[in-house]
Write a protein that binds this ligand. Structure first.
Ligand code: FES
Ligand code: MG
Length: 586
């Protein structure tokens, strides 16, 4: 089947032969011929997310060779180009500020160059949503190739998961159980090979979600980066994108409301990262799909935890892959009618067809829907006078935490705490061990100035560790709350992503240390017990200041970003859709 591709407007345009000549000549620099470019075959972009400064995705530098093989074998012409790097652990002030930048850069490339379809190479946290957001905006055929998680980490005969090992290690450091050197040894052990985080952190979550949406081949996301199946998947993905180009199957046919609701359901069943909330919202909005705040509770909250993977469970990525990966989890959901699986995916088949026969043979890793690891594992949505919206990840609430805060006789699901308020993480680190704060188990740690505009970029800082003295007494978690995020690998039952944030005058701006906060999980509320007149009086003090922008992008980001409740999108970008259909002028 042949059709005229958008690239032919560059390479085969008799009305603009001078421009065509100009467009063609430089590609010969690396041995490509004008005949190839004018053959009418689709030009397939490979958005390369790997580089030396994005090590989680670096495997894609190798995988791209197999993607190219697949594209060539299926009759396409590959063209690889770089994506703005995003490295979660190293990018300061936070990698979150890069998601919208990589999004915007990819939109410009896909729109402005002769590219007919694209392979999105995903891995580290925001590399997945940024590219899917761009694919949704441009709406040319697109497919996700995950880089895959690292091999499982081991130390002293125990599994150590990336990220999760850091949060556990810093508690042990504070308790005086280990020294700095041991801490670094644990960190190194948790990351034993190429690949992204081997826990169900944000990286594995977002790759699982890409698969649940129907944007990658079946079983793609969980294959560990070094496994042979990963290279084979790269080849098959290269082959498949050519067929998608030929058939003009575009993201708009796949990224439907049904697909996003299934993503919400799947995210709960895998114990996915809280970062999924803003990324799912952002991808949906760029796809023109309405996902409402209520959808998280309505479709997600009742879903049980099925996957026994850190941080909600025990194991890591290799076992997840062997147990069948995302299709095996979705198979459980499908059997119980929890999915809307009669919908198209990049395989060209429906999700239901993709899932057929995918039952797991490892019941220690993927538990049955009727006898799950935990009931009601989806995000819990809260609101009140502190914020209009925040979420809590219930799948990580420990039994100890549950007993201490949520099971008080006569007050099931309700607790009141004294607020200790920090303005950003420097303030937290400076004062958390200050004895004059008298922090005890009746306190809730509050952080503000950590949202998209305040930080800028929304930082993973809400999972604040209690003071060392408390940890030494065995209290590993206090309730925490904030307008920032937390790492997907954290096991803290924090109240996160509070919107609107303090920096734009959200309720968190007006709370003071010593105020009482009442959390009511029965009614989904979180309030400071401060009367309205007093809150009005405090407004005269002004919004707590945030640091100035340090780069031009920080300033642009701040002036264009929305709140986390609605995906922290570049709001003005939402006006643009199906950008690939409108050719740029010569
Ligand atoms: Fe990049 Fe976890 S830090 S995947
Ligand atoms: Mg993270």
């Amino acid at each position: 089947m042949t059709r005229r591709y958008r690239s032919q407007d560059w390479f085969d345009n008799p009305d603009h032969i001078d421009m065509t000549a100009l467009y063609l000549e430089r590609f010969m620099n690396y041995g490509i011929t004008p005949e190839e470019l004018r053959s009418g075959k689709p030009i397939i972009g490979i958005a390369q997310s790997g580089s030396d400064i994005s090590p989680c995705n670096r495997i894609h530098l190798d995988l791209a060779k197999r993607v190219r093989d697949g594209i060539r074998d299926a009759g396409g012409i590959p063209m690889e180009f770089p994506l703005h790097p995003i490295f979660e652990n190293c990018r300061r002030p936070t990698a979150a500020i890069d998601r919208n930048l990589a999004y915007m850069g990819l939109v410009e490339i896909l729109h402005g160059y002769p590219i007919d379809a694209v392979v999105l190479t995903t891995g580290c946290d925001k590399t997945t949503p940024s590219q899917l957001m761009a694919a949704a905006t441009v709406d040319i055929p697109a497919i996700v190739l995950s880089g895959g998680p690292m091999l499982d980490g081991w130390l002293d005969g125990e599994l150590v998961g990336s990220g999760a090992a850091i949060w556990k290690g810093r508690r042990r450091l504070a308790a005086g159980e280990i020294d700095n050197e041991k801490f670094l040894e644990i960190a190194a052990a948790s990351a034993p090979s190429a690949g992204h985080c081997n826990t169900m952190g944000t990286a594995s979550t977002m790759n699982a979600i890409a698969e649940a949406l129907g944007m990658s081949l079946t079983g793609c996301s969980a294959i560990p980066a070094p496994y042979r199946e990963r290279g084979q998947m790269a080849y098959e993905t290269g082959r498949r994108i050519v067929a998608l180009a030929e058939q003009d199957i575009r993201p708009s046919a796949i990224l439907t409301r049904d697909a996003f609701l299934d993503a919400i359901v799947t995210n709960a069943a895998i114990g996915g990262s809280t970062n999924a909330q803003q990324h799912i919202m952002a991808m949906a909005r760029h796809a023109g799909v309405e996902i409402h705040t209520e959808d998280w509770m309505k479709y997600g909250h009742d879903v049980p935890l099925l996957l026994n993977m850190q941080p909600s469970g025990k194991y890591l990525g290799e076992r997840f892959h062997r147990a069948g990966g995302v299709p095996a989890v979705m198979w459980e959901l499908e059997q119980k009618g929890k999915l809307r699986s009669q919908r198209l995916t990049v395989t060209g088949k429906t999700m239901a067809e993709n899932l057929a026969g995918r039952e797991t043979n490892d019941r220690e890793m993927i538990w049955p829907f009727d006898a799950p690891l935990k009931e009601k594992a989806g995000f819990f949505v809260l609101s009140g006078n502190l914020f209009d919206f925040a979420i809590m990840k219930t799948s990580v609430i420990s039994e100890d935490f549950r007993q201490r805060y949520l099971k008080q006789p006569g007050h099931e699901g309700v607790f009141e705490c004294r607020a200790i308020v920090f303005d950003g993480s420097d303030d937290y680190h400076k004062r958390i061990n200050d004895p004059s704060l008298n922090i005890d188990e009746n306190c809730i740690l509050v952080i503000r100035g950590a949202g998209p505009i305040g930080w800028p970029g929304s930082a993973e800082v809400v999972n604040m560790q209690p003071p060392d003295a408390l940890i030494k007494r065995g209290i590993n978690n206090l309730p925490t709350l904030g307008d920032g995020r937390q790492s997907g690998t954290s096991d803290s039952p924090s109240i996160l992503n509070a919107s609107p944030e303090s920096a734009v005058g959200g309720g968190l701006a007006w709370i003071r240390t010593g105020d009482t906060i009442r959390i009511d999980l029965n009614n989904g509320t979180a309030n400071m017990l401060v009367d309205d007149a007093e809150i009005e009086r405090r407004k005269a003090d002004g919004i707590p200041p945030v640091p100035p922008s340090q780069t031009p992008w920080q300033e642009i980001y701040r002036s264009t970003v929305g709140q986390m409740q609605s995906g922290a999108c570049m709001e003005l970008a939402l006006e643009y859709r199906n950008v690939g259909a409108v050719l740029p002028r010569h």
